[in-house]
Each structure stands twice: as structure tokens, then as C-alpha cells.
Design a protein around this ligand. Structure first.
Ligand SMILES: NC(=O)CCC(=O)C(=O)O
Length: 265
């Protein structure tokens, strides 16, 4: 299976329309070179541009999803289009990841469960999703998570229990915590014996320099590909059968002991 992770720079110097067009063109360029294309978190606004979440929020029928659906079908690829600030017509805002099929259908939407910011920013401006989401592709089953979710291993165990073999994580991860990004991506791959495809942003927005360094890790924890700090299309080939082979040859997942409860004091 071939994947392209498009690590784009998000900056206030570029309009949302221009970035959307640039990304749609980059997705189209992956035609024939990728089966799956992955974009970062909140690339219309920037993950730390809190004041823009409300003004740039869209429904899943809005201009970003419309453009990404068309780009996916033009390129004939599965497109994980990163996340958009979603305005639910019935209620609050969500940080929602969207996946389109090669015919441009919306195949899945995942509302980020763990919101970043403690008592500020995303944590107060957006509502939390409640549902785990997997997507069946012909070659593998994707498990969806977004940025800060990477710090919560129980979410990934839930995805693995639901059949996930390839964990896809769009992000807007800051340079300041880049060491955590790489370490956690490898940890999630090793402990879940799954591929991890983690796509971040480049550049600086809202005064927060971004880490870049999108990364692809195999079920043994080996880094198959890693981007630098700037804009880059990170291309990788991987064999989805390696998940079953790793789980077979080193069956640690079978040794899980569930329901341990709380420690005795
Ligand atoms: N957008 C995010 O979720 C940022 C997460 C982050 O900065 C961290 O976990 O560290």
C-alpha cells in the first residue's frame, strides 16, 4: 500500500481559500502514486488559532469537504483530509477528521475525543466527540485519532479492539514538544502492533512554531519514513499484512489482562 502524507505550512499570511486550493492540487498530484493520502489537523485555521475556530467553522457539506471530496475522486485515492472545525447545525463546534473514498463519498467523520488546552482554547471552544471510528479500506482498517489523542493509549486500544490495523493521526503539534510526538508515535505502534501514520503541520501560526516531522512507523516500531521541519510530501510504501504477521509472531496483545481494577492502598 502506498501512502502520501502532505505536511503543509499553516500561516496567517495565506488565505484559507489559497491553502485549500494548494492542498487540493497536491492531493491530485498523488494520483497513481498513492492509495491513501493524509492531511494534518485543522489546516484551514491552524490548531492553535483559537479565535478563528468560530469564524472559519463549516458543516461537513461546506467548502472544505466539498473541495476535498472532489480532490479525492479526481485523484482516485482514499483521502484522510485531516480535520476541520465543524459547525454542527444542531449545536456546538467539533474538531472533526474526515475520510473520503476514491469516488468522493464521505466514508467517515471522527470528532476528536481529547481536546487540547486544559481550561483554554480548544478545550473550551469545542465539544468532545464520544465515538471511536474505524474505516475499512480494501487493504487495511484505519483507526482514527487526532493530535492530542496521541497521549491517550486507551483510545488506541479501543480502536485495536474494533479492528484497527493502521492508526492515522492528523496533528498540529508544536516544535516545543517534538520529542513527545516521535516517542508517542513509536509507542502507539509498538504497543498496538499497528502501523502509525502521523501527519503534522509546518510553519508557524498563532505564534506557535510547528514541529513538522510527520512520521510513519511500522508494527515493530521501526520508523519507515520521517519528514523534516518544512513543507513536504512524505511518501511511503508499506505492507498491511505485517500487522497480522507481527501479532502472530510476537502475540503480546493476546497477553492483555483486562479489568485489573484500582490498586489496594
Ligand atoms: N492540537 C493539539 O491537540 C496539540 C497537542 C499538543 O500540543 C500536545 O499534546 O502536546
Amino acid at each position: 500500500m502506498r501512502a502520501s502524507l502532505i505536511q503543509i505550512a499553516v500561516s496567517e499570511d495565506e488565505s484559507v481559500d489559497s491553502r485549500r486550493e494548494r492542498l487540493a492540487a497536491l492531493v491530485r498530484e498523488q494520483a497513481g502514486a498513492a492509495d491513501l493520502v493524509v492531511l494534518p489537523e485543522l489546516w484551514t485555521t491552524g490548531a492553535f488559532s483559537y479565535e478563528r475556530f468560530g469564524t472559519e467553522a463549516e458543516t461537513l457539506e461546506g467548502p472544505t469537504c466539498e473541495a476535498m471530496a472532489k480532490a479525492a475522486s479526481d485523484a482516485g485515492v482514499w483521502l484522510h483530509a485531516g480535520s476541520v472545525p465543524e459547525r454542527d447545525p444542531e449545536g456546538p463546534l467539533y474538531n472533526t477528521s474526515v475520510v473520503f473514498s476514491p469516488s468522493g463519498e464521505l466514508a467517515a467523520a471522527y470528532r476528536k475525543i481529547h481536546r487540547f488546552g486544559f481550561d483554554e482554547g480548544e478545550a473550551v471552544l469545542m465539544a468532545a466527540g464520544r465515538e471511536l471510528v474505524t474505516v475499512r479500506l480494501p487493504e487495511t482498517t484505519l483507526g482514527l485519532a487526532t493530535c492530542y489523542d496521541l497521549r491517550f493509549p486507551e483510545l488506541f486500544r479501543g480502536l485495536v479492539d474494533a479492528g484497527a490495523e493502521t492508526l492515522v493521526i492528523p496533528a498540529g503539534w508544536p516544535e516545543r514538544r517534538r520529542a513527545h510526538w516521535t516517542l508517542l508515535a513509536q509507542a502507539r505502534a509498538v504497543e498496538n502492533q499497528a502501523f502509525v501514520l502521523a501527519c503534522g503541520t509546518a510553519g508557524t501560526h498563532a505564534g506557535v512554531p510547528q514541529a513538522g516531522h510527520s512520521i510513519v512507523v511500522d508494527p515493530w516500531g521501526e520508523v519507515l519514513a520521517e519528514a523534516g521541519p518544512g513543507e513536504e510530501v512524505l511518501r511511503v510504501s508499506f505492507d498491511p499484512a505485517k500487522v497480522a504477521a507481527t501479532r502472530d509472531q510476537f502475540p503480546a496483545l493476546k497477553d492483555r489482562v483486562l479489568g485489573l481494577g484500582t490498586p489496594r492502598r
